[in-house]
Design a protein around this ligand. Structure first.
Ligand code: ADP
Length: 302
C-alpha cells in the first residue's frame, strides 16, 4: 500500500476519495467480529483494495471524544518503531465528532507461520528499544473506553502511581466499585512503588499498552500484527505482564524476547503490580467480577 498521510474527512466515502482519487468508491462492506467497543467492517473498493473501518453505528458503548484520533496517533507511533511488529497503518479519521470513524489498512487474517512467535518476541523487544526523554506520552489516550492520562513524568513510579493506579482507583471509588479496604490497599501499593519497581524501571520504552491476546492477529504471511493499542512510554515489563493476564502467548514468544532483552531478576514477583492497572480498569469497565483480582494484588503487595 502506498504511503498516505492521515486524512480527516466527514465520512468514509469522502475519505476513500481523498485517499485513492475522485473515482474511488466503496463497493461492499462486510462485518468483522471480535471488537469490544466499536462496529468493525471490511470495505472493498471498486479496484479490489481492502480497508478496515471502525465506527460507532450500533456499537455496544459510546466512544469517548476523539477516541479514534488517539488510536490513530498510537498506531503511527508504534508503526515508526524500527524492527517492531507489524501495525496497521491508519489512513483516515472522521472530521465530525458526531460521526466518528477510523479507516485503516486491512490486515488479511491468516494462520500462524513457523517461527512467527519467535519473530514477534524479537520485534516487540525492538519496539521496546524506542525511547523518550520521560515516561508518558504527548497526549492522553484510552484503554478500552477509559481515559488513560499521560503527559510526561521523569520517574516511572510517580507516573505509574498517579496516572495509572491512582487514576483508576479514584475512578472506581467514584463509581462505587471499590471498597474502603481496596482503596486503602491500592494507595499502600502506590506508596511502595519506589521500593517495588524503581530499581528495575530506568528507561522509558515505547509500549503497546494493552497487549492482551485479543490485541494481536496473524496476517496472511503468517506473521503477528498488533492492533488496538493504548500507547505510552513506560516499563517494558508492563507489556509482557498484560500479555499473560488473559492466557499467555506461546512460550517461544517469551523465550525470544528474553534472549534479546532479558528482564531483571524477579519479573514474576512484579508482574501483578503492572496488571493491577488492568484489573482496576476492568473493574471500572465491567464491574465487580474483577474485584477479586484487585483484592489479590492488595493482599500480595499492599
Ligand atoms: P474495538 O475497538 O471494538 O476493540 P478492535 O480494534 O479490537 O475493535 O477490532 C475488532 C476486530 O477487528 C479485531 O479483533 C480484529 O479481528 C479485527 N481487526 C482489527 N484491526 C484490523 C485490521 N487493520 N485489519 C483487519 N482486521 C482487523
Amino acid at each position: 500500500m502506498e504511503t498516505c498521510p492521515l486524512v480527516s474527512a466527514p465520512c468514509p466515502e469522502e475519505a476513500v476519495r481523498a485517499l485513492f482519487g475522485a473515482s474511488a468508491r466503496i463497493e461492499s462492506r462486510r462485518p468483522v467480529s471480535g471488537g469490544c467497543i466499536n462496529r468493525a467492517r471490511r470495505l472493498r473498493l471498486q479496484d479490489g483494495t481492502l480497508l478496515f473501518l471502525k465506527d460507532q453505528a450500533g456499537a455496544r458503548a459510546t466512544s469517548p471524544p476523539f477516541m479514534f484520533a488517539r488510536e490513530a496517533e498510537g498506531l503511527v507511533a508504534l508503526g515508526r518503531a524500527a524492527g517492531g511488529p507489524r501495525v496497521p497503518r491508519p489512513l483516515a479519521i472522521g472530521a465530525d465528532e458526531r460521526q466518528p470513524f477510523l479507516l485503516m489498512e486491512w490486515i488479511t487474517p491468516g494462520s500462524a507461520g513457523v517461527g512467527c512467535y519467535e519473530e514477534f518476541g524479537r520485534a516487540l523487544a525492538a519496539m521496546h528499544r524506542e525511547t523518550a526523554p520521560a515516561f508518558g506520552f504527548e497526549h492522553d489516550n484510552y484503554i478500552g473506553a477509559t481515559l488513560q492520562p499521560n503527559g510526561w513524568e521523569r520517574d516511572f513510579t510517580t507516573f505509574f502511581g498517579e496516572r495509572r493506579l491512582g487514576y483508576q482507583i479514584t475512578l472506581a471509588e467514584s463509581r462505587g466499585r471499590a471498597s474502603r479496604a481496596m482503596v486503602r490497599g491500592v494507595h499502600r501499593i502506590i506508596e511502595r512503588l519506589d521500593e517495588l519497581l524503581a530499581p528495575v524501571v530506568t528507561r522509558p520504552a515505547l509500549l503497546h499498552g494493552d497487549l492482551w491476546s485479543g490485541n494481536h492477529m496473524i496476517d496472511d504471511q503468517g506473521r503477528v500484527a498488533i492492533i488496538d493499542p493504548a500507547v505510552y512510554f513506560g516499563a517494558p515489563e508492563a507489556d509482557l505482564a498484560m500479555s499473560e493476564m488473559f492466557g499467555r502467548l506461546p512460550r517461544q514468544f517469551y523465550d525470544a524476547y528474553q534472549e534479546v532483552a532479558p528482564s531483571a531478576p524477579g519479573y514474576e514477583e512484579r508482574r501483578e503490580i503492572y496488571n493491577l492497572y488492568h484489573a482496576l480498569n476492568h473493574l471500572n469497565l465491567f464491574g465487580g467480577g474483577y474485584a477479586g483480582a484487585v483484592t489479590a494484588a492488595v493482599q500480595r503487595y499492599g
